[in-house]
Design a binder for this molecule. Sequence first.
Ligand code: HEM
Length: 464
Amino acid sequence: MAVFMVILCFLFVLCICSALLRWNEVRYRKKGLPPGTMGWPVFGETTEFLKQGPNFMKNQRARYGSFFKSHILGCPTVVSMDPELNRYILMNEAKGLVPGYPQSMLDILGKCNIAAVHGSTHKYMRGSLLALINPTMIRDQILPKIDDFMRSHLSGWANQVINIQEKTKEMALLSSLKQIAGIESSSISEAFKTEFFKLVLGTLSLPIDLPGTNYRRGFQGRKNIICMLEQLIEERRASQEVHQDMLGCLLSDENRYKLSDEEIIDHIITILYSGYETVSTTSMMAVKYLHDHPKALEELRKEHLAIREKKRPEDPIDWNDLKSMRFTRAVIFETSRLATIVNGVLRKTTQDMELNGYLIPKGWRIYVYTREINYDSFLYPDPLTFNPWRWLDKSLESHNYCLIFGGGTRQCPGKELGIAEISTFLHYFVTRYRWEEVGGDKLTKFPRVEAPNGLHLRVSHLAN
Ligand code: HEM
C-alpha cells in the first residue's frame, strides 16, 4: 500500500511538473516562431541561463540552431548567435528593433537616458553626447584631466597589497566625475560614490519597489544623485564662471544642442553608468592578462617607457602619445575580446516582424549574443590565447563581425574615450610599478566578469 502511495505521489508531482513546463509553451504558442523551449512559468529558463551561462547558449544552439527562442530574465526572448543576423539587427533599429534593456535599468537611469529614447530624439541626444566626447574634445579638454587624475590615483601603490578591482572601479567613476564637472577626490566625490554604487546595483535588480530591495535603494541613489547635480547646476548658473568640462559645455549658451535640466542630468548619469563597468573591468582584466603573459607586458612596457623617455616626469600624456600607443590599443581590444566584457546587447520589437524566416511577436526581447564570435577560430586563430599582436592588423578592429563596441546607430560613442582612459591608466601603472598576484582570488566570467572577493596584487616600484 505504502509503495502504491509513493508511486501515486510521484506520478502526481510528475503531472504537475509537466503541466507547468507546458504552461509557457502553450502561452507563447504561435505559428512561425523560432524553435526552442520556454521553460517554467514566470522564471522561464533564467536559472539554467544564469547557472550554465555560455554553455546554456551553446547547448541550445546545438539543438535548435543559431536563432532560437527562450524565456529569460522575465521575458520571452529570441537569442541570435548568428554573426550576419546580429549585424543586421543592430543596423536596423528603424525597422522596429529598439533597445530592450530591463525595466529596472530604464527606471533608474531616467526616461531621457539614451537607451530609453528612439528615432529623432535618440539622434539629437546622441549628437549632443558626441559633441562632448569627440576626438577634438578628448585631445583638448578631456585627456589633460584624465592624465592629471591617473597620476594622483596611481600614486603610493608601491609596497602594498591593493585590490585592483576596487581601484579600477574607483578610477572609472572618479575620473568621469572629474571630466564631467571637475569634481576632485573629496567629500562630494565620496558622497557621490556611495549613491552611485547603490544606483548601479539597482539597475541590475528585479523591479520590485519594496523597502530593503536593491531596486528601492537604486532609486534612492538616483534621487540623491539628482539632488547633487541640481545643486551643482544651480551653483554654476549663479557663478557665471566659464568651466572647461562636460557640464560647462552642456550649460553653455553656445552649445547648439539645447537640453533641459532633466535631459542634462540623465545624460550625465548615462555617461557615468556606461563607462563605469566597461572601463573598470577591462582595466582590471588587462592587468590580469599582462601578469599572466610576461612577453606582452614587456612589449607594452617598452612602448610606454619610450614615451616617458622623451618627457620630463611632470609632462602629461598628450594626443600624439595616445595615438602612438599601438600595442596598448591592441592589448585593450584583446582583453575585451578574450574576457568578453560585454556578452551581447538587448533589443525588443516594436511590432510583429519577420526575421530570419521566423515570426517575432511585438514586445519580445532579442538577445544579440555576440560572445561566441569572440572565440571564432576563423576570425581569431587560436582564439583562447591572449595574443594582442593579432590586433596590430587594423582591419580586424573594423571587421563586420567585431562587435566589441556594438554596431549600427547605437555603436558605443564612448569607445575612444574609454580607450584613452584605459591607456592612460596602463601608462602610469606599467611605468611606475611591477606587481604579482597574491593568489587564490576567484574570477567569474558570466553573467559579468568580476572577482567576487577582489583581485589582490602585491605592488612594488618598477625600479626596485
Ligand atoms: C571598454 C569600454 C567600453 C565598452 C566595451 C563599451 C561597449 C559598448 C557597447 C557594446 C555598446 C552598445 C550597446 C547597445 O547596442 O545597446 C555601447 C553603447 C554605449 N556606450 Fe559604451 N563601451 C565602453 C565605454 C564607454 C564609455 C567610456 C562611455 C562614456 C561616455 C560609453 C558610453 C556609451 C553610451 C552612451 C552608449 C549608448 C549609445 C546609444 O544608445 O546610442 N561607453 N558601449
